[in-house]
Design a protein around this ligand. Structure first.
Ligand code: SAH
Length: 547
């Protein structure tokens, strides 16, 4: 394969390729590199090849004439018009796939820019393709050209010895290569993994595949879409993606919200430097804002009876344990999606699509859920939100400084909970005073406070006014408040629910439970609630200092 390189500094290219593997490919004549110094083709009597940019600006631009004439000479030497690649940060990023494609495509001419680049007319007429070596700016295209020649040449027959085959290498199968070791077995107390010394090739291959997946998940989780993985391998991959790369951030400049891919769970709601969302802590409750789908809270005997069959169902459903994928994303909004899988169909016999859209606008967060029945049968489901909020929100305040003001409320009583955790609507009590609940720990000694047909509330500090308002639409039948009891859990959950947990007066038949909705095949359902952080009074500096 022949490479024709046009450059102002050809030695920068050849110098990088003379030795080692590519040096060998050159001496074995698997490749040849012919360089053309663009300066030799200038018509300018001072041998100039660049000039100032029209329209002003810093730096110099390589002129069209020397490059055009140089390329004419390349074509003459080649006896044809070889494909011309311009190394440029504007090009598509170079990949192993591209290297394979070029290695099969015939001779290549490469144009190396320098200074601020080349006159656009060159790109518009003779350049076939622009290729970048990454999102950074180098001084010239020479090192990128050497990179391209190296990557392509090692794929050509005969360049690598069979012992150096590229087949096992990173990117060849979408994954990064497994960790490698060589002699000695032990170096300064660090031992080579035992399996590699076992001589059991099957075991070694399995170990390598596994390590390859873990390593790729840790350092290049973005490669997942390019890997061919079995269901189990995909789970292993997902488990090893570092937390940070599985979190999406949306903002309107005032309110910044972060959402995890796992369970489409909110993990941060920050406004004016205050974190409103509970940050999760094993000591009290490690979740932050799970999504409750297709059931809310517990089911009698842990099962849902659907069409005469009992399906085991965990409290709050399974959506919170699923990896969502991104359906749409913009600066202030993200939509995450799950669909049924063979695993979900074993515990919930419907084909569905479930989407969560989080949008921040004017300092408010809107949470929209959408359920689509994509199967052939009528399906039943319910849904609820479960965000926890930090209480207290301000340093120096206490849990008891906070109150919840209930929105419009026809019946201010809450049902009691039986000893085996059934909601008992025949046994009600009242904990508010004029629609305001003053927070204290004992309120939660009988689990959550569940209000019927209350769709909004404001949780706030009587001291600073700092708090959060939740407004749910008409679809939501219940609003529940909960924190871990007993203890000093520093959060309260405000939970708009459509359905509800197991009730003393209901059986296991799913469709007959309170708040369970149905969808015809092809039908869809959406509901919406809002989280509105309230800043309250500016922290009084003087008061703080006076303390
Ligand atoms: N002014 C240009 C950068 C010019 S850099 C711009 O802002 O887009 C000078 C030359 O270096 C380019 O013409 C190109 O040939 C080469 N070059 C720089 N960075 C590169 C990269 N990431 N990939 C490939 N070529 C690059």
């Amino acid at each position: 394969m022949k490479f024709y390189v046009m450059s102002l500094f050809p030695k920068l290219v050849t110098g990088a390729l003379d030795d080692s593997i590519i040096g060998r490919a050159l001496s074995k004549k698997i490749i040849s590199i012919e360089t053309f110094n663009i300066r030799d083709y200038t018509a300018d009597k001072h041998r100039r090849t660049d000039d100032y940019p029209y329209g002003g600006g810093l730096g110099m631009i390589m002129q069209a004439q020397p490059v055009f004439d140089c390329y004419t000479e390349v074509c003459r030497r080649a006896g044809k018009r070889p494909k011309l690649i311009y190394m440029s940060p504007h090009g598509k990023p170079f990949t192993q796939k591209k290297a394979h494609e070029l290695s099969k495509g015939g001779d290549i001419a490469i144009l190396c820019g320098h200074y601020e680049g080349v006159d656009r007319r060159i790109i518009d007429t003779i350049v076939d393709e622009e290729i970048s070596v990454g999102d950074y700016i180098l001084s010239g295209g020479e090192l990128p050209a050497a990179v391209l020649i190296d990557a392509v040449s090692r794929l050509l027959d005969g360049t690598l010895k069979t012992s150096e085959s590229y087949m096992e290498e990173s990117f060849e199968h979408g994954l990064l290569e497994y960790p490698q070791y060589t002699r000695p077995e032990e170096y300064e107390g660090m031992r080579v993994p035992e399996v590699l010394l076992s001589g059991n090739q099957g075991e070694i291959d399995r170990w390598r595949r596994r390590e390859s997946i873990i390593l790729t998940a840790k350092s290049r989780p973005d490669l997942i879409s390019k890997c061919e993985l079995t269901a189990a391998e995909k789970r292993l991959f997902m488990k090893n993606i570092p937390e940070e790369s599985n979190i999406y951030t949306i903002t309107d400049g005032k309110l910044t919200v972060r959402v995890k891919r796992l369970g489409a769970e909110l993990c941060s709601v920050v406004k004016s430097g205050v974190e409103y969302l509970w940050q999760g802590d094993e000591r009290y409750w490690k979740e932050q804002a799970p999504i409750l789908f297709p059931t809310v809270a517990r089911s009698r005997n842990g099962v849902l009876r659907i069409e005469g069959k009992d399906y085991p169902m965990a409290s709050h459903g399974f959506a919170k344990k699923m990896e969502f994928s991104v359906q749409a994303q913009s600066e202030n909004s993200i939509t995450l999606k799950i669909e049924d899988t063979p695993e979900t169909r074993e515990i919930y016999p419907f084909s569905f699509r479930f989407l969560m859209t989080y949008t921040v606008e004017n300092g408010e967060l809107t949470v929209i859920s959408r359920v689509e029945n994509i199967g052939d049968n009528k399906m039943w489901f319910t849904y609820g939100g479960h965000p926890g909020f930090n209480v207290p929100l301000r340093i120096g305040e206490s849990f008891e400084d906070y109150e919840i003001e209930l929105g419009e409320c026809a019946d201010p009583t809450v049902p009691a909970m039986t000893e085996d955790m059934f909601i008992d609507f025949s046994n009600r009590r009242r904990v508010d005073e004029d629609g305001v609940i003053s927070l204290n720990r004992e309120l939660f000694s009988n689990d959550a406070l569940i209000y019927e047909k209350v769709r909004s509330c404001t949780l706030r500090s009587r001291v600073s006014g700092c708090g959060v308002r939740v407004e749910a639409d008409e679809s939501f039948n219940y609003l529940a408040f909960w924190t871990r009891y007993p203890g000093e859990a520093p959060y309260v959950c405000i939970e708009p629910w459509i359905g509800i947990g197991k009730c003393a007066d209901e059986g296991t038949l799913f469709r007959k439970r309170r708040g369970v909705l149905s969808l015809k095949p092809g039908g869809d359902f959406s509901c919406k609630y809002k989280i509105i952080p309230i800043a309250g009074k500016k922290p009084g500096r003087k008061t703080e200092a006076n303390k």
